[in-house]
Design a protein. Structure first.
Length: 82
C-alpha cells in the first residue's frame, strides 16, 4: 500500500498531519511520501492542487482519498492491517 500526504507550505494542519502520520507509520513500519500541491502545480502539474487544494492536508492510500483535514488514525490503522 502506498501512502501519500498532500500538503502545502505554511499549512499548520499539514504539519500536524505530517507528525501524526510519521508516528503511525513509524509504529507500523511503513513509509509515506509527501507532496506539496503548490510545488507540483509550479512544476507544471496542477491536477493535485485542482482536486485537493481546498481541503489540505489529504491522505491518499493507493491513490484514493483516505482522509482530509485530519488523519483518521483508527481507519488508517484498520486499512493498513488488511
Amino acid at each position: 500500500m502506498r501512502i501519500v500526504l498532500l500538503t502545502r507550505e505554511g499549512c499548520s494542519a499539514c504539519a500536524t498531519a505530517r507528525t501524526e502520520l510519521a508516528r503511525i507509520c513509524g509504529e507500523l513500519g511503513v513509509g509515506f511520501d509527501e507532496l506539496d500541491v503548490d510545488a507540483q502545480a509550479a512544476a507544471g502539474d496542477p491536477a493535485l492542487r485542482g482536486e485537493f487544494g481546498d481541503r489540505l492536508p489529504v491522505v491518499l492510500l493507493d491513490g484514493a482519498e483516505h482522509s482530509y483535514w485530519t488523519v483518521d488514525e483508527a481507519r488508517l490503522r484498520a486499512d493498513l492491517a488488511r
